[in-house]
Write a protein that binds this ligand. Structure first.
Ligand code: RIB
Length: 307
């Protein structure tokens, strides 16, 4: 079982010619709603690939007692995610306000709501004794995620931590704890450099050097996603494995990183060697960019031709 501890959002999305700058107003034809939240996206990505395979997926999160919350829960279940441990909280369901431009790039503001009420105590003890991997991100309180990571470590469960979005208020001591509790740190180029800077390391803007330094100093394997250039995993011993991404013309890149994380977690839990797990994740993330919405384009096991 893959256990995802993280955020659940409803995404309100407007397509625009170009994303508004501060003080500017831009017009969009209409707004659409899509299921989102980094945690839920990663759980759904993993569950779509897992269906028909040996691994199951469970989500720990919190939604509000409202229509968005009900819809998000139904969506998780319809995608085969065990949502039995998702709590109904006093605050409203998380909501993300997203604009997507003509190149498929986005800008996102998240109103966290119920996500910030998620607690380490929401994780059922059984989950961490049975899990093959724990998946974390940065949209719920980091102290709670850290506590769950430590529990996972004590149970011998590998921790996959997606350092997104980069927090503005993380202390150096906390990131050191986070990195030390992590087996696989998944970052994009900017997050790699930001994580190193928060850790107090001077690496300039060389994202591979930043990732190598984090791996060497704190021990996780650092996986850097680089869009059209694929992804690279750098081990604590400096070893490197690269996977390429197929050429695509993206419609919407929202959720591509989450697809990568969820599908990588699945490959890892299935026992794939790291190069194959990276390759499968790159392929899935590319496919996810071909459809509007974070989850709509996430591939199934069949569409990815996984046996
Ligand atoms: O990674 C994409 C996600 O970030 C969106 O679905 C949105 O909800 C935000 O959490």
């Amino acid at each position: 079982m893959i256990v995802v501890f993280g955020s659940i959002n409803m995404d309100l999305v407007a397509r625009v010619r170009s994303i508004a700058r501060p003080g500017e107003t831009v017009l969009s034809r209409q707004a659409d709603s899509f299921f989102g939240g980094k945690g839920a996206n990663q759980a759904v990505a993993s569950a779509r690939i897992s269906r028909g395979g040996p691994v199951t997926v469970a989500m720990i999160g919190a939604v509000g007692d409202d229509a968005f919350g009900t819809a998000c829960l139904d969506n998780l279940r319809e995608n085969g995610v065990d949502a039995g441990a998702v709590r109904i909280a006093d605050e409203p369901t998380g909501c993300a306000f997203i604009t997507v431009d003509e190149a498929g790039e986005n800008a996102i503001t998240v109103a966290s709501g119920a996500n910030m009420g998620l607690r380490a105590g929401d994780v059922l003890a059984d989950f961490l004794s049975e899990a093959q991997a724990l998946v974390l991100q940065m949209e719920v309180p980091v102290t709670e995620s850290l506590e769950v990571a430590r529990q996972a470590k004590r149970n011998g469960v590998p921790v996959i931590w997606n350092f997104a979005p980069v927090p503005t208020d993380l202390r150096q001591a906390d990131i050191a704890d986070l990195l030390s509790a992590t087996d696989f740190l998944i970052v994009n180029e900017h997050e790699s450099v930001s994580a190193a800077a928060i850790a107090g390391e001077q690496v300039g803007d060389d994202y591979l050097e930043a990732a190598a330094l984090l791996a060497r100093t704190y021990g996780p394997t650092c996986i850097v996603t680089a869009g059209a250039r694929g992804a690279i995993a750098i081990g604590p011993d400096g070893s490197r494995v690269h996977a390429s991404a197929p050429p695509i013309t993206p419609v919407d890149t929202t959720g591509a990183g989450d697809t990568f994380v969820g599908v990588f977690a699945n490959g890892f839990a299935e026992g794939l060697e790291i190069g194959k797990a990276l390759q499968r994740a790159c392929l899935a993330a590319s496919q996810a960019c071909l459809t509007a919405g974070a989850q709509a384009g996430m591939p199934t096991r069949d569409s990815l031709e996984v046996s």
